[in-house]
Write a protein that binds this ligand. Structure first.
Ligand code: PEP
Length: 251
């Protein structure tokens, strides 16, 4: 059975001290609560080791927001999947639209990153989603299909079973515009059908598909109520422990 997951993406925010404070606050809130979903925080790579120490690993997993497309060597400034794993992170966010747009990441690059993440025991939270013009042209299904096909469908069924998908319509990220529950359900069901066609209904049923894009405590419940929406990838609202908890509490 697939897991419901609420994952935060802190992006390029917080100093180390601020990040440890935020993680500690979240940990304190969750300590006294019953949590009905997996919780992950995607933090800057400089923070991972300290955030791992600050949280209860039984309740909060830690993710990197990227990893290199090379194993090791002369790649100044890069952080490999093995390095990420050695910090104590269990997940890595891959293919976020900001990385695709600002750092030129392609499905081909992401294929390599996914392989390296899996080879190093990390769970990829793999982001897909269309831009506004593609949605307006009703091309969202073909966009997400090709993103999955080109970056992930070389994986065996056993490997694919380790992937978490995050559907993030680019027009909804950080814009305050959220996909309607109907729009989210429709495309999540489509994504699941694409996975079922490639692998099997069982693999598709077991894949967690998260929604991302201006998800907040006020709209999380109606989004997560959909049968094919298995949680969220949360940007802005993950930067305040109370807001992030408000989304976690939607399950
Ligand atoms: C994101 O960046 O993954 C995201 C969903 O951002 P926000 O929640 O701020 O729209």
């Amino acid at each position: 059975m697939r897991q419901n997951i609420v994952a935060g993406n802190w992006k390029l925010n917080t100093t180390l001290q601020e990040g440890v404070k935020l993680a500690t606050e979240l940990n304190e809130i969750l300590a006294s609560k019953t949590i009905n979903c997996g919780v992950v925080v995607g933090v800057p790579s400089t923070h991972i080791t300290e955030v791992v120490k600050a949280v209860d690993a039984g309740k909060i997993g830690v993710a990197a927001q990227n990893c290199a497309d090379q194993e090791s060597g002369a790649y100044t400034g890069e952080i490999s999947a093995a390095m990420v794993k050695s910090t104590g992170a269990g997940h890595v966010i891959l293919g976020h639209s900001e990385r695709r747009e600002y750092y030129g990441e392609t499905n081909a690059t992401l294929k390599v990153k996914t392989d390296l993440a899996l080879a190093n025991g990390l769970t990829p939270i793999f982001c897909i989603g269309e831009v506004l013009e593609e949605r307006e042209a009703e091309k969202q299904n073909e966009v997400v299909k090709s993103q999955i096909e080109e970056a992930l469908f070389h994986l065996s069924a056993d490997e694919f079973a380790k992937i978490v998908i995050a559907y993030e319509p680019v027009w909804a990220i950080g814009t305050g515009k959220v996909a309607s529950p109907e729009q989210a359900q429709e495309i999540h069901a489509y994504i699941r059908s694409v996975i079922a066609d490639k692998y099997s209904a069982e693999v598709a049923d077991n894949t967690s598909i998260l929604y991302g894009g201006s998800c907040k405590p006020g709209n999380a419940k109606e989004l997560f109520a959909n049968p094919d929406v298995d949680g969220g990838l949360i940007g802005g609202a993950s930067l305040k422990a109370e807001d992030f908890y408000g989304i976690i509490a939607a399950f």
